[in-house]
Each structure stands twice: as C-alpha cells, then as structure tokens.
Design a binder for this molecule. Sequence first.
Ligand code: SF4
Length: 254
Amino acid sequence: MSSSNAPSNSSGNLVEIFSAIQGEGAFVGERQLFVRLGGCDLRCSWCDSPHTHAVRSTYRVEKTAGQRDFLEAVNPVSGDQILRYVETLQQSFPHHSLSLTGGEPLLQSRFLQTWLPQVPLPVYLETGGHRPQELSKILPYLSWISMDIKLPSSCGESCWQAHDAFLTVAGRGNARLFTKWVVTADTTLEDLDQATDLLVRHAPDLPVVLQPVTPLGGRLAPNPSQILDWQSRLRQRLTSVRVIPQTHKMIHQL
Ligand code: SF4
C-alpha cells in the first residue's frame, strides 16, 4: 500500500460511490448506495472486481443517483467528504441501505470505526468473512452482514479458520448475517460439507445463498443437476438454502 494513498483514522481509500440495484444475496433487487473501498488481501479465482485489489490514487463518484455521471477525485478522501457524497445521492433517491463493499472493506476498519457512526443510512457490509478482529471494531454500526464462505475447490482461497472466528465474533453483535457461497462446476462435495459443518456448529438457521458463478472468462457454472443436488444436500442440515445468480449481470448493470 503506497503511503500517499493509504487510509487513516479520518480518511479512506475509495474506488467508487454510486447508486445501483443490488444484484446478489438476500437483498437482491433493492436499491442501495454503494461505497466501494480499495484493497483486497484475497485473490478469488472468479473475482469480478480485480480493479479493487490494490489501493488507488483516484476514485469516482456519481453526481446524480443512477445517472452514471461520475466525477473523478484523488485518494485518500476524508470521512466528511464521503458523507457529503452520500447525503447528496440519498437526497436524489431514497436508498434502502448503504452497501459497504470492495475489495475487502474490513482492511480499512480503522477508518470505518470513526466514519460509520455518522452514516445516515443502515449499513450492509459485504465481506470475504476472514477478518474477525477488524469486524469486531465496526460490528456495532452494522445492520446486515453478507459473509462469503470461500470454497477452496472453486475459489482457490482457503479461509476455514478465519471463517470460524468471524462467525464467533459476528454472533456477539446484533447485525443480521447471511452467508454467500459462490459455486462453480469444480466445487466439491467435500467443501460443501465442510462449510455446512461450520454453519451447523455456529447457527444452522443462518441463511445460505448459493450463487452459481457467472460463466465469464472461461469460468464454468455448475450444471442444473449439480445445483439441485447441492441444494438438497445442504437443506438436510441447514434451515434456509436459496440459489440466486448475479442478477445485475443479467440486466447489464454496473
Ligand atoms: S474477496 Fe472479493 S474483491 Fe477480494 S478477490 Fe475475492 S471476490 Fe475479489
């Protein structure tokens, strides 16, 4: 991370701020105000946001909700300035919530700890689910958590111990949590069973979203019989297992 662009307690490193329809997970279809932060410490094989992996020298902000009339500015950006952007977009459209996304937003937990208490919207965190200590710093300010469960056979990353600790920390707060498992044609039953064991140990009633990977760039999505079998298998031990593909890609939305 270059020191000139590095976030601090009072400033963050952004990729973009914009208004969009949530295309994944439990709030699919809701209009959210997205604050995308820069930097990620994972390299998922199916990542569709590689431009977020490194912190950036500049960011872009939509001036009018949904119009894609972006202005560009320089990182890092103060919490007060980000609040002004959020308030302007919220005035032009009453968003359901603010989606804190990335990259991995928890890498900027020191900044978020000071910024989130001022945010005038309920906050929805999208995370890889592997940074439990950072989660504990901002947990009181979250309304919902979308936690990825990284399945090594399809993702290429293995985060089992970190996921376990993350679920323990998340269980201490009031934020509602669901887990998102991206699955591909290569996902193994061993990984699905290990993820199921993890949830059974913590809370078998936590909602699960199985997200078939969007078949782009050589990635192969599971076939229909795989998905039907996997949902049945998980449903034997877990209360809520839904299959939801990325809907924003279907409507060609940013
Ligand atoms: S955690 Fe998210 S941003 Fe990071 S590599 Fe994985 S999919 Fe991409």
